[in-house]
Ligand binder design. Structure first.
Ligand code: NAD
Length: 361
């Protein structure tokens, strides 16, 4: 089949890592008989340099007309880059928020997976790691506290600030459906995280998630309070399959989960809307400190491309093949500098891409 993929190379190490992910997608085409048509789209600093703004209407249209978007990362060094002399609404990050909004990307997926070979990087003790862990956090991305009404005011000489946490049943239902659909492709367990002992928004969250669960009788649903979940992630991370949660809880828990894997250069992410369309990007930033040196780890972006195959193109077999190729390269002892350990062979960005591509079957 032919698919249209928008590529956002971005800034810093973005172009280097996206080139490697494209190499992998091209190999998937060759092995599985697909064809991908790519369109380069500018976002962030690269767009500021070319057009004076971090995102143009044309870029949004190009992204919308594709089946999926694969992105590197955007942004520069805030101390030295001229992009940060601009008004905040014109800086690289504003473009990222704007494209997420324009594409209605309400579901953020962040897997946290511990590779056997990288166990040494995990900050948890052996007995906590057990047989490892493989979870995915499904976070609501366009509602809740970050999008509610807010104000700061002074009353009788006392400064006060208010942020509003609001969810309606439709917002909860659509993210819950995503989580159950994803669990159906995995180990069939959803842990819905809330603060239902205190918050009304969480009580509604819990009710709607239970309603959705009735449509998925083969999936186990459990509820967990967010404070307990924060503890369980470091106490027994192996218990989780899909964690479903609202925007702010997800923001905090997904960073916690990624820290327990210990290697930022390995973590992929996806942001999806109601259709199968999605924007896929590594969880790390544009690493300006190592840009252009050919040493960045491309694996997070390559695994993001695997998520693109799985969630937007419904090519599970192909996604499995990419993930297996990454595992194989790690098990053979090849490492980029950020995950290097004794006895392994150090390779650069492009070589790592070649090694993974060669192992796609
Ligand atoms: P960062 O993730 O870019 O870098 C943190 C550290 O991790 C650096 O030492 C970097 O060299 C290293 N690192 C990150 N990715 C790596 C990789 N693939 N291989 C090897 N090492 C890697 O975070 P930061 O320094 O806080 O931010 C740099 C820029 O990235 C900022 O402009 C920030 O706004 C932007 N940023 C963008 C996104 C995004 O595009 N979604 C996300 C986070 C940060």
């Amino acid at each position: 089949m032919n698919y249209n993929i928008a590529l956002i190379h971005g800034d810093g190490i973005g172009p280097e890592i996206v080139d490697e992910a494209k190499k992998i997608l091209d190999k998937v085409c060759e092995v599985y008989g697909h064809s991908f048509t790519y369109k380069n789209v500018l976002l962030g600093g690269a767009s500021i340099d070319a057009h004076g703004v971090p995102l143009t209407g044309e870029a949004i249209e190009d992204a919308k007309s594709s089946d999926a978007v694969l992105m590197g990362s955007i942004g520069g060094d805030a101390k030295t880059s001229p992009w940060y002399q601009l008004d905040p609404s014109k800086r690289p990050e504003a473009g990222l928020l704007a494209i997420r909004k324009a594409l209605n990307l309400f579901a953020n997926l962040r897997p946290a997976y511990l590779y056997d070979e990288l166990k040494a990087a995990c900050p948890l003790k052996e007995d906590r790691i057990g047989d490892g862990f493989d979870m995915i956090i499904v976070r609501e991305l366009t509602g809740g506290l970050y999008f509610g009404e807010r104000k700061t005011f002074e009353e009788n000489g006392v400064k006060t600030a208010v942020d509003t946490l609001s969810y309606n049943e439709n917002e909860i239902r659509r993210i819950a459906v995503k989580a159950f659909e994803i669990a159906g492709k995995r180990r069939k367990k959803v842990t819905s995280v809330d603060k239902a002992n205190v918050l009304d928004s969480s009580r509604l969250w819990r009710n709607i998630v239970e309603e959705v669960a009735r449509d998925y009788p083969d999936i186990t649903l459990e509820h967990m309070l967010v404070d307990n979940c924060a503890m369980q992630l470091v106490h027994n991370p192996g218990q989780f399959d899909v964690i479903l949660t609202e925007n702010m809880f997800g923001d905090i828990l997904s960073d916690e989960a990624s820290m327990v894997t210990g290697s930022i250069g390995m973590l992929s992410s996806a942001s999806l809307n109601e259709t199968s369309f999605g924007l896929y990007e590594p969880s790390h930033g544009s690493a300006p400190d190592i840009a252009g040196k050919g040493i960045a780890n491309p694996i997070a972006t390559i695994l993001s491309a695997a998520m693109l195959l799985r969630f937007s193109l419904n090519l599970d077999k192909e996604a499995d093949a990419v993930e297996a190729a990454v595992e194989k390269v790690l098990s053979e002892g090849y490492r980029t500098v950020d995950i290097m350990s004794e006895g392994c062979e150090k390779v650069g960005t492009s070589k790592m891409g070649d090694l993974i591509a060669e192992r796609i079957r």
